[in-house]
Design a protein around this ligand. Structure first.
Ligand code: SF4
Length: 399
């Protein structure tokens, strides 16, 4: 697939004109956010946008109905959330959220600033399409299956597999050389692409990029023992004990929409925050007493600390009024379905149906509601689709 136009991914400096007003997307490499940055975002959305912060499926953030783009740029720059005008849209980096604190072969979080700075320091890499996604997986397999373009996946404490288009290339690299190899792969994609936005769009992209790298990079080793990576939905929710005995709290955010007031309370905890690609966040490095107070205060405000919550089974596209293509307000419909008990746990049989009113829908397991057939924001893996059509909702069970 060759594209004739450049990608239209929004940023802070290039707003998307959504149906409900200008939308800004803010890159948060590795989902790493300080409490000061979250506080600045909460203030910005109150003063300059619609009063909420949206969490995206790439662990980034969005503000809707932006009223003053210049003021937003100033505030985000001051908060360190817009370090590069030229490279802002290429800083799409997902890392295993719990890495270095719980499980995994190695800590991939230190690779995030190294990769981010490597991207920003290279003027040529500003030409990467805004769709290109980098993944850094510590071996637990939580982000390698998220459809990234270029990534590394830890195989043991010192060795990483290079992934291209989400597939193991057989190339092996040490932790010290992992970022350089990822940057080299980004260059190789720029050299080989012909208008393509993603590595998987490039014909035989994984093989061609791998050959390109092996012909130019010295010291790379290869293995015929290929690692299979799949899409796993393993959202860290609730009370999680870190390897240093402190506590991390995983919190789901209803439909990925975080009210500014809730964000202010999270920021007031003054601990590092990690955004996940599952529209949730993790407040880290807490002592037990503080963690108990956080749950006591934030659960009534709507944050989800119970892994069995039906809210964690549902996701939805923007729908009306944010998207002009939407046939209905899907987010209101799915919220009503959850609150009226019509979202059943995983395991119950799901059948294909069509022509349904929103109030008739009873669906089980992970499900994504869309305002039209494009299914924006659909998670990977086994997900039932609930799609608005001119003749009512249609349910397509996961295969
Ligand atoms: S799935 Fe359709 S209605 Fe929903 S955001 Fe995408 S284009 Fe808009």
């Amino acid at each position: 697939m060759t594209r004739s136009e450049s990608d239209s991914c929004p940023g802070v400096l290039r707003l998307h004109q959504a149906a409900d007003g200008p939308l800004a997307r803010i890159r948060v490499p590795g989902g790493q956010l300080t409490s000061e940055q979250l506080e600045a975002l909460a203030a910005a959305t109150v003063d300059l946008a619609d009063g909420t912060i949206e969490l995206t499926s790439r662990g980034n953030l969005q503000l809707r109905q932006v009223r003053d783009a210049g003021a937003l740029e100033e505030r985000l720059t001051a908060a360190g959330l817009l370090p590069s005008a030229s490279h802002e849209r290429v800083r799409n980096i997902i890392a295993s959220p719990l890495s270095g604190r719980i499980g995994g072969w190695s800590d991939v979080h230190p690779l995030v600033p190294a990769l981010d700075q490597g991207l920003q320091a290279d003027s040529r890499l500003a030409d990467l399409p805004g769709r290109v996604l980098f993944t850094l997986d510590d071996g637990r397999g939580d982000v390698s299956g998220l459809g990234g373009d270029i990534g590394v996946h830890a195989l043991d404490e010192t060795t990483y597999a290079l992934l291209l288009a989400g597939r193991d290339t057989g190339v092996r690299v040490s932790g010290e050389d992992a970022v350089d190899l990822v940057l080299a792969a980004a260059h190789a994609f720029l050299e080989l692409r012909d208008g393509h936005w993603r590595v998987h769009e490039l014909p035989e992209g994984t093989a061609r990029l791998t050959d390109h790298l092996l012909s130019r990079q010295t010291g790379l080793t290869t293995s015929s023992d290929i690692v299979e990576v799949g899409a796993r939905q393993d959202v860290p929710i609730g009370w999680l004990v870190q390897s240093d005995e402190r506590v991390a709290l995983g919190a789901g955010v209803r439909l990925g929409s975080l009210p500014a007031r809730t964000a202010e309370f999270i920021a007031a905890i003054e601990r590092p925050i990690l955004l996940t690609p599952w529209r949730s966040l993790i407040v880290t490095d807490l002592d037990e007493w503080t963690a108990e107070q956080v749950v006591r205060v934030l659960a009534p405000m709507g944050l989800l600390f119970d892994a069995a919550s039906p809210w964690l089974l549902v996701s939805a596209c923007a729908g009306q009024p944010g998207c002009a293509k939407s046939l209905t307000d899907v987010r209101a419909d799915v919220a009503e379905a959850v609150e009226s008990g019509r979202v059943a746990p995983s395991g119950a049989a799901q059948f294909p149906l069509a022509g349904l009113e929103a109030a008739e829908i009873v669906a089980s397991g992970r499900q994504h509601w869309s305002g039209c057939d494009r299914r924006c924001g659909r998670p990977r893996g086994e997900v039932t689709d609930i799609i608005a059509t001119p003749d009512g909702y249609r349910i397509i069970p996961s295969a």
